[in-house]
Design a protein around this ligand. Structure first.
Ligand SMILES: [Mn+2]
Length: 220
């Protein structure tokens, strides 16, 4: 594979931070960028974030994974507003405001399609990428959506996966805004929607690009 293997944590509608780290990393057409999910909710610009990712997919090899927030919006876009109250508790109100509509069913078709095409997981020779967590003894294809998208490292930190590959995850926001690397597992959700930042990482070199909500880069 030519180009770099890059990954980005939970964006949550902070498009300025997304643009800052993508620009700072100088992403090229041959680069692979695995986005770990939770593109929407909580932050101010979910619509802009999805549009940015759609545009970005035309200028690099973007591999978007589905987060639990994305899953909630997608479920309502497809099946109607039955679960709306739950989603609103998780920050869906911010997403509806940014789209200026009452239901994900009214999102632009291109945006629904983007979410519908997100993957459960992605793997390379040495790494695998999931939104939230995994069960150590199950092959990736057999993991359940609950584990992949909803489980949290605060409940349980899984041991090494049976594939021997290193896990890269988001979802469990780190209150100190720093990535966590325990060897067999790396979490790069650095809490952009709170007091932290958004992280983009070069998986092989471990170089980081990080920005706050306003798009201000850290230490660059
Ligand atoms: Mn999540």
């Amino acid at each position: 594979m030519s180009g770099r293997l890059l990954t980005i944590g939970d964006i949550h509608g902070y498009t300025a931070a997304l643009d800052a780290v993508v620009t700072a990393a100088d992403i090229q057409p041959e680069d692979t960028l695995v986005a770990l999910g939770d593109y929407i909710d909580r932050g101010p610009d979910s619509k802009g974030t999805i549009q940015y990712l759609i545009d970005l997919s035309k200028r690099c090899r973007l591999i978007p994974i589905l987060g639990n927030h994305d899953q909630m919006a997608l479920a309502m876009g497809v099946m109607g507003p039955g679960a709306m109250d739950d989603w609103l508790k998780f920050g869906g109100d911010a997403t509806l405001r940014s789209y200026g509509c009452k239901s994900p069913g009214d999102f632009p078709v291109e945006h629904i399609d983007f979410l519908a095409e997100c993957l459960d997981y992605y793997e390379t020779e040495k790494y695998f990428f999931v939104h939230a967590s995994y069960q150590e003894d199950l092959p990736l294809a057999e993991q359940t959506p609950d584990i992949l998208r909803w489980d949290t490292l605060r409940r349980r930190v899984p041991g090494p996966h049976c594939s021997g590959k290193t896990a890269i995850v988001g979802h469990t926001a780190q209150p100190d805004g720093e990535i966590v690397d325990i060897g067999h597992l790396i979490c790069i959700d650095t809490w952009i929607y709170g007091e932290g930042r958004l992280t983009l990482m070069d998986v092989n070199s471990r170089e980081l690009w990080q920005a706050d909500k306003t798009g201000k880069l850290r230490g660059k």
